[in-house]
Design a protein around this ligand. Structure first.
Ligand SMILES: Cc1cc2nc3c(=O)[nH]c(=O)nc-3n(C[C@H](O)[C@H](O)[C@H](O)COP(=O)(O)OP(=O)(O)OC[C@H]3O[C@@H](n4cnc5c(N)ncnc54)[C@H](O)[C@@H]3O)c2cc1C
Length: 509
């Protein structure tokens, strides 16, 4: 498939290939596109900048699907009409309705396709109460890591060149503005020119490009905002390359200021250690999100602590409160977690009933590194975390009053989560939480066929954009009601782009 055009001496310096599709990025959307393309008999080259494929796609627990075999077998009757209406309501139609509809339409077939390839749907999970849930989040056995492995195996078996350590550097654009291929650099330094009938940009957004985040995302650059934590791979290739390249082809951008935010993570420890590190870190992260008492920098409550798992809402509430929170609990609450487990789970990482016996170790670690504080009195604790002592006491006593009445007239915390503090006997604990995010949601404007368009809505010939490089699918906030939409949109967009490329290629023949 890859043909050298240089002589023996030059073979390490220049190489040209001719294919149907050049794919930039080997994460979920790039792999989905590559696999779907070879299934349709197209010639493909996939360039991946990192030493391994998968990108952020190694992490998802599950993916959105509507009308899947699994749902039918389990009596779930959610329709695309229902989900589409809820999504549009969520975003107040400030989003790309035709593209969203196309992606939702594709989602059921996409999940069935993955199961035919060897993935297993473990169950359908939801973060919402039954009356609110759409029951679309298909949890995949082995998560993203297994999914990537399965897709890669099928791709390689069909002879596709997956070139790792090969960043795409620029697009080839002819005089008429048609995208005709890419230039990439291979691991051995060879300059690779790929001439293609279509190019798919699938480079995963710009979550690890600090400069782009500072430029585009107001949440990050606002004055007085606490540091934003990043919940992504330890080594991350998502530096906005695809978006930057598409801009050079005149592509329009949308939603660049929108992030997929997370619930808080503990300060001074990489977020990744808190969801896949040692037990004491996972349990401390779980303790941080328990619904005992959350206060902002002023020592005031700012959120309904019962909904700590609705991470996009927590992110927004924290953004309105300077980006920082303190989670406060007393000794008996700590003992409750040690003996009985969490009141609210931390995803599938610390589940109800799982005794949090590593808390003591985690608190010692946190006191040494600055994310945990312990004091004999409420006032002393307040002093340690920079809150006015009388304010923190007032807030604790207010919550105690609500606990006695089992009613929170401020933010409707669930009655079973209203637990009285012992105000006379310490010790007391405070954990410092910072906002975190895991994806950028802004990028290139596409039509329903995943073709990039310019500011006037005209298609840029030859250029398709998928996954986290697409922009304008979300308004201000990641839509958790449509649970698992990010990975689903990535996987679906790869398939949709290829389906349209197949049509274009066939019509040329
Ligand atoms: C911690 C975490 C948990 C998540 N959990 C969920 C979940 O439960 N449900 C859900 O729906 N979604 C989840 N997601 C989101 C999901 O992983 C993404 O939506 C999805 O991976 C996006 O696919 P993509 O193809 O756009 O980007 P990625 O999968 O990130 O792939 C992009 C690839 O492009 C490569 N690349 C970048 N620049 C270049 C270049 N110049 N040349 C070549 N290659 C390049 C990158 O190295 C990377 O491998 C999660 C993400 C994270 C980080």
């Amino acid at each position: 498939m890859v043909s050298d055009t240089g002589g023996a001496k030059r073979s390490c310096t220049n190489q040209t290939s001719n294919v149907d599709i050049a794919i930039s990025g080997g994460g979920l959307s790039g792999l989905s596109a590559a696999l779907f393309a070879v299934e349709h008999g197209l010639k493909v080259i996939l360039c991946e900048k990192m030493p391994f494929a998968g990108g952020a796609g190694l992490f998802p627990e599950g993916s959105l699907g509507i009308g899947t075999r699994y749902q039918k077998e389990n009596g779930i009757k959610t329709t695309v009409d229902q989900v589409f209406s809820r999504v549009m309501e969520f975003h107040h139609w400030r989003c790309n309705a035709p593209a969203i509809r196309a992606l939702l339409n594709e989602s059921g077939t996409m999940i069935d396709w993955l199961t035919d390839l060897g993935m297993t749907v473990k169950n359908i999970r939801t973060m919402f109460p039954p009356e609110k849930s759409l029951y679309v989040w298909h949890i995949l056995e082995g998560g993203g890591a297994r999914l990537v492995k399965v897709m890669l195996r099928h791709i390689r078996e069909r002879g596709v060149a997956v070139l790792t350590n090969t960043p795409v550097k620029r697009l080839l654009i002819d005089d008429r503005g048609t995208v005709t291929g890419v230039k990439a650099r291979k691991a051995d330094g060879t300059q690779l020119t790929v001439r293609a009938k279509a190019v798919i940009i699938a480079t995963g957004g710009f979550a690890s490009n600090k400069e782009m985040l500072g430029k585009w995302v107001p949440d990050v650059s606002a004055l007085g905002m606490a540091k934003l934590m990043y919940r992504g791979p330890a080594v991350d290739g998502r530096t906005g390359d695809g978006i930057t390249m598409a801009m050079k082809a005149n592509a329009a951008l949308a939603g660049m200021g929108t992030l997929a935010g997370n619930s808080p993570y503990l300060d001074n420890e990489p977020a990744i250690r808190q969801f896949s590190g040692p037990d004491h870190m996972k349990q401390m992260r779980c303790a941080l999100s328990q619904p005992f008492l959350w206060v902002n920098r002023q020592g005031e409550r700012f959120y309904n602590e019962s909904f700590g798992s609705v991470f996009s809402d927590v992110y927004n509430a924290m953004t309105s409160n300077g980006g920082l929170m303190w989670s406060i609990f007393d000794e008996s609450m700590k003992e409750y977690m040690e003996n009985n487990g969490p009141l609210t789970p931390f995803n599938a990482i610390v589940v109800p009933g799982q005794k949090m016996t590593a808390l003591e170790k985690g608190i010692a670690k946190g006191m040494a590194s600055g994310f945990a504080f312990k004091a004999g009195t409420i006032e002393e604790l307040a002093g340690k975390i920079g809150i006015r002592p009388e304010k923190l006491r007032e807030t604790v006593e207010t919550v105690n009053r609500y606990a006695r009445r089992k009613h929170d007239p401020d933010f409707n915390r669930r009655p079973e989560h209203l637990i009285e503090f012992d105000t006379k006997k310490g010790p007391y604990y405070a954990l410092k939480g910072l906002r975190a995010f895991f994806l950028t949601l802004g990028g290139v404007v596409v039509n329903k066929d995943m073709q990039a368009v310019d500011a006037n809505g005209n298609v840029i010939p030859g250029l398709y954009v998928t996954g986290q490089d697409m922009g304008g699918l979300y308004d201000s906030t990641y839509d958790l009601l449509a649970e698992g939409s990010a990975s689903s949109f990535a996987l679906c967009s790869g398939r949709i782009a290829v389906r349209n490329i197949v049509k274009a290629v066939n019509s040329e023949q």
